[in-house]
Design a protein around this ligand. Structure first.
Ligand SMILES: Cc1cc2nc3c(=O)[nH]c(=O)nc-3n(C[C@H](O)[C@H](O)[C@H](O)COP(=O)(O)OP(=O)(O)OC[C@H]3O[C@@H](n4cnc5c(N)ncnc54)[C@H](O)[C@@H]3O)c2cc1C
Length: 447
């Protein structure tokens, strides 16, 4: 008789705990390695499992919102993180905010009291070979998060072929909703007409440009953490750092207007912000070269003053921070195992999602996928029109632009076919309705 397969998990954060819970529910033995408190990251402060490193919010609970829908789908798959969040809930309007102590206690109690679960303390600095995993009949899920210890990061780099497919910084520009761009002001054009009008251009005159520069200079910025150094990559400097080099720097960099004459006026604007298509469905556009450390409300306030962006909806905010993540679409198979090492899975923020709930969501999938693989089964394919499916598609297939961490947002879902006159909120409600329908079919398929 074959011995039962073990699932070994590295990292007792949001993804690791959720993956462990899902594998336990499917009958596996689980061993979870956590290095804290022996070795701390730069952001955690305790040795507890599922410590929330910063805010205590798991974002919106609104039915017609991406975070609300993601939590609903996770709870239908018996998510431990969502159960803990509901048990630890504190009043916070439409957000699911938690008492972080009760939250961690709930998760620890569910896992540590489970007869098939074992926590092992200490840093993992070596990853087993495929042969070692096969002979021990083990499957490994790496959930070591954005602050993966350097020794383990080196190991991940080694087993993924030392191809520089492991990144250590997010330097991301905002992604905005196509619906919120006023095309009566903005226009389609590629520099010098080379292309088929792929970019949407936001034109600024001299006064608007100067106001914008003043606005960025005055805006509140996110302070650096102690564990983050300030050596930005020259090719992805934040706009505020570029402005410190001179007020005109942006006009000779990402806001260069040459070759982008405005067809409405026939003239060259003083400065142009280019918006590049992020997905096939043309629901998301990124602001080219607009990496920024401005605080999120400041980004919303300031970018909404730009011509044609008065109704701006930001789907993913710009940010620059320490973050270890792999190039998911290049490295991951559909079941979230490495294409070259089918017994090694990755989950959580290290796969290229961003956020507590999103990290737990990928932990949920990886835990299930690994458990099913250990008994020779394959999970049915997730539909791309629900939130779990859309995140899964993103990390295994990517979008059109450079691969960068992504949070749950409705721009990831294909648009619904509706009357052109339908309001934005009607469209969103229909996307959510469809997400619920396809997810419910998926659940029926599982049962
Ligand atoms: C400073 C900071 C602030 C953030 N703030 C927010 C926020 O407010 N809201 C939000 O939604 N998201 C936030 N995030 C993003 C992200 O959602 C969280 O980091 C989330 O915790 C990621 O979940 P995870 O399970 O992938 O990683 P983590 O929760 O970080 O879990 C990874 C675990 O692996 C352990 N580990 C690492 N290396 C090893 C090793 N070699 N051996 C054993 N164990 C190891 C770590 O100690 C850690 O416990 C923040 C991220 C950072 C870095």
């Amino acid at each position: 008789m074959t011995a039962t397969a073990k699932i070994r998990i590295i990292g007792g954060g949001l993804a690791g705990c959720e993956a462990a819970w899902q594998a336990l529910q499917l009958g596996c033995d689980v061993i979870l390695h956590e290095m804290r408190p022996e070795k701390m990251t730069g952001a955690h402060t305790s040795g507890r499992l599922a410590e929330l490193v910063c805010s205590n919010s798991l974002k919106s609970t609104l039915e017609v919102s991406a975070p609300g829908q993601l939590k609903l789908e996770m709870s239908q798959l018996n998510s431990l993180i969502i159960q803990a969040a509901n048990a630890a809930k504190v009043p916070a309007g439409n957000a699911l905010a938690v008492d972080r102590e009760i939250f961690s206690q709930f998760i620890e109690s569910a896992l540590l009291n489970h007869p098939k679960f074992k926590r092992v303390d200490g840093e993992v600095t070596h990853l087993p070979s495929p042969e070692e995993l096969a002979s021990a009949n083990e499957y490994l899920i790496i959930c070591s998060g954005p602050l993966t210890s350097p020794a383990l990061a080196q190991e991940i780099d080694r087993i993924t072929g030392n191809q520089k497919r492991l990144y250590f910084y997010d330097a991301i520009a905002p992604v905005i909703s196509a619906d919120s761009i006023d095309m009566d002001v903005c226009y389609l054009a590629d520099r010098y007409g080379e292309g088929e009008g792929d970019y949407i251009n936001v034109p600024l005159d001299k006064e608007q440009y100067n106001q914008f520069i003043d606005g960025v200079e005055a805006a509140e910025k996110v302070p650096l953490h102690e564990f983050e150094d300030v050596n930005y990559f020259e090719s992805c400097l934040p706009i505020e750092v570029m402005i410190q080099r001179g007020r005109e720097t942006l006009r000779f960099g990402p806001m260069k207007p040459v070759g982008l004459d405005n067809p409405r006026t026939g003239r060259r604007p003083w400065g142009v912000i280019q918006l590049r298509q992020e997905n096939i469905e043309k629901t998301m556009y990124s602001m080219v070269g607009f990496q920024t450390k401005m605080k999120w409300p400041e980004q919303k306030r300031l970018f909404s003053t730009l011509p044609g962006l008065q109704n701006l909806e930001i789907l993913r905010y710009g940010s620059i921070h320490r973050n270890t993540y792999i190039n998911g679409p290049e490295l991951l198979a559909e079941d979230l195992s490495l294409k070259d090492s089918p017994r090694i899975f990755l989950a959580g923020q290290i796969t290229g999602v961003e956020g507590y709930t999103e990290s737990a969501a990928i932990g949920l999938l990886a835990g299930r996928f690994a458990a099913l693989k250990s008994v020779g089964k394959t999970a049915p394919t997730l539909p791309a029109q629900c939130l779990l499916g859309a995140l899964w598609v993103y990390i295994t297939k990517g979008n059109l632009g450079k691969y960068a961490p992504m949070n749950a947002n409705l721009g990831l879902l294909a648009p619904v076919e509706v009357d052109r006159k339908a309001s934005k909120s009607d469209r969103k409600s229909l996307q959510i309705k469809r997400a619920n329908e396809v997810f419910s079919d998926y659940l029926n398929g599982l049962h």
